[in-house]
Design a binder for this molecule. Structure first.
Ligand SMILES: [Zn+2]
Length: 175
C-alpha cells in the first residue's frame, strides 16, 4: 500500500522515534508499505517518520528498484562507526521535494541493525550506500539533510520552500 509522504515542515519529521521491541506483522506490513511508497516515488531510501510513523525503521535501495538484491529492510539501526575521507555530494529527500544540496558525510559507515527474523546484522558500507544509510538514520533522530547545510544555505532553501508551498508547487522529490 502506498502511503502519504510527509514533507517539511511537518512536525512528525521532528518527533522522537521509538525502537521496535517486537518484530510483529504490523512492523512487516509497515516495511512492505514503505517499500511500495519508496518505489512509487522512485526514491533510494525512506524512514518511517516520513510516512507518519515514529518508529526506528528505515529502508534503503540505492539501485532505486533496478536490483532486487539491493533492498535493505532495517529495524533499530545503530551507527557503530563512521570513518573515511569526507564524501562531498549532492543529496535530496522525499520529504524536502525539489531541493538538492551538497552535503559532506563520512564515506564509510558501520551499522548494526535487526532483521525481520530477529537476527542482528552488521553492514559495512561505503560511498553512496554509507550516505543513504546516514541520511535515513538522521531521519530517526529528527534530522533532515537541510539541517546539515550552513545556516545561510539553509535559510535560502527554507525561503525557496516557503515560496513553493505558497504557490502550491511542492511535490515529492527522492529519498
Ligand atoms: Zn530523507
Amino acid at each position: 500500500m502506498i502511503l502519504d509522504i510527509k514533507t517539511f515542515p511537518d512536525e512528525v519529521l521532528r518527533k522522537k522515534n521509538e525502537p521496535v521491541s517486537v518484530v510483529d506483522d504490523s512492523v512487516k506490513k509497515l516495511l512492505d508499505d514503505m517499500v511500495d511508497t519508496m518505489r512509487s516515488a522512485k526514491g533510494v531510501g525512506l524512514a518511517a517518520p516520513q510516512v507518519g510513523v515514529n518508529k526506528r525503521v528505515i529502508i534503503v535501495d540505492i539501485s532505486a528498484g533496478e536490483d532486487p538484491d539491493s533492498l535493505m529492510r532495517i529495524i533499530n539501526p545503530e551507527i557503530l562507526e563512521l570513518s573515511g575521507e569526507p564524501d562531498v555530494n549532492e543529496e535530496g529527500c522525499l520529504s524536502v521535494p525539489g531541493e538538492y544540496e551538497v552535503v559532506a558525510r563520512p564515506s564509510k559507515a558501520v551499522i548494526k541493525y535487526l532483521k525481520e527474523n530477529g537476527s542482528e546484522e552488521i553492514v559495512k558500507a561505503d560511498g553512496f550506500l554509507a550516505r543513504a544509510l546516514q541520511h535515513e538514520i538522521d531521519h530517526l533522530n529528527g534530522v533532515l539533510f537541510i539541517d546539515r547545510l550552513s545556516m545561510s544555505k539553509r535559510e535560502t532553501v527554507k525561503k525557496r520552500i516557503r515560496k513553493r508551498i505558497s504557490i502550491g508547487d511542492y511535490v515529492a522529490g527522492r529519498g
